[in-house]
Design a binder for this molecule. Structure first.
Ligand code: F0G
Length: 350
């Protein structure tokens, strides 16, 4: 059957009615990839699955929430949407805003967003405002603007974002015929951890799964406010997508952790880059560095994972979002060579 996006697929579980205009780019339905080589390489005695949400239309999981947030904005008669972003939310908001015919404003921290993400928002026609300071500062401006003007906020404080994102859990349960035992997810503004937990609980309550996973959120060491229990004023990590010093959904993420008997931990930039390279070279899955923090966290905590269990690592964004990091960290290097068959064969060393 022709797949028409997650609102159409999961309509019964989402706050929509026949009157809601469905603004979709056919998001969702992303691959769940069994990572056997990765498991072998790290010596895991459990099954690892990569939920590759970087395969969404704008290259990140944000599309799951944005289809609903923008559809509801359109339904309410709003003429404009706004978000602060480390890049992916802005790309997604701009795409769905374009499709819906809504004016889209995005406020980003100057110099701290991967250029490909900005190029997306530009192409979709958003108004991009780049301000000095962190994501948290940009987010403060956005909240102030929304208090005074009739513009719909599409950051994950907007509950429709969480509702849309919970469908990732539905897809995992349907693919595995049950919930996994552990669910690793990168944590930035912390909405996605809360959203997945909501999705797992809802399907469990409907008897669509027999168990609930332990939710394990992973932050970057240089920006781990929830792990440290304090706002981080000057976050420092190369995982720019999750560089959030004062997460909006802090309490919801803690609740997900507590209710699921899970954890929130952090990994260093070195561990993130190592996982980033490992999933690409062993599984053929190219995710952006921030995404790889879920895998880095799983590797860090692997001795605490029960043998034989099923483990999900969510890969939230596509590697193409940040080609600068790939060119910088890849083990392979481009070899320049004169346009001559003998020279080429020499380089090939065969
Ligand atoms: N992974 C990627 C690739 C992200 O872009 C983000 C968040 C996260 C993980 C963390 O998800 O915020 O729900 O905890 N990016 C936001 C943005 C902050 O503006 O694009 P979260």
């Amino acid at each position: 059957m022709y797949y028409q996006g997650l609102i159409n697929k999961y309509r019964a579980f989402l706050p929509v009615s026949d009157k809601t205009p469905v603004i979709t780019l056919n998001e969702g339905n992303t691959p769940l990839i069994k990572a056997e080589k990765l498991a072998e390489k790290i010596g895991a005695d459990f099954e690892i699955y990569l939920k590759f949400d970087g395969c969404n239309p704008t290259g990140s999981f944000k599309d799951r929430g944005m289809t609903l947030a923008v559809s509801k904005a359109k339904e309410s008669g709003s003429g404009a949407i706004i978000c602060a972003s480390t890049g992916n939310t802005s790309a997604s908001a701009a795409a769905y805003g374009a499709k819906a015919g809504l004016k889209t404003f995005v406020i980003v921290p100057d110099g701290l967003v991967a250029p490909s993400k900005l190029s997306q928002a530009l192409m979709y026609g958003a108004e991009i405002i780049s301000v000095q300071g962190s994501f948290d500062r940009a987010f403060d401006f956005v909240k102030q603007i929304c208090e005074k003007y009739p513009i719909t906020l599409v950051n994950s404080l907007n509950q429709n974002r969480i509702e849309g994102q919970k469908t990732g859990a539905f897809e995992i349960i349907e693919a595995l015929d049950d919930a996994p035992d552990y669910h690793f997810v990168p944590v930035g503004n912390a909405g996605n951890m809360a959203a997945y937990w909501k999705g797992y609980k809802e399907f469990f309550d409907l008897n669509k799964s027999k168990k609930l996973p332990e939710m394990i959120g992973i932050q970057a060491k240089g920006c781990a406010p929830i792990v440290e229990g304090r706002i981080i004023e000057n976050p420092d990590t190369l995982a720019t997508a999750i560089r959030v010093g004062n997460p909006a959904s802090w309490q919801s993420a803690l609740k997900a952790k507590d209710e699921s008997n899970g954890a929130i931990d952090c990994v260093s930039d070195e561990e993130i880059i190592s996982a980033y390279k490992l999933i690409a070279s062993s599984e053929g899955v190219f995710a952006e560095p921030s995404s790889a923090s879920s895998v880095a966290g799983m590797i860090k905590l692997k001795n605490q994972i029960k043998s034989g269990s099923k483990v999900i690592c969510v890969l939230t964004g596509n590697g193409l979002k940040d080609s600068d990091s790939a060119l910088k960290f890849a083990n392979s290097k481009i070899k320049k060579c004169p346009a001559n068959i003998d020279e080429i064969l020499k380089v090939m060393d065969i």
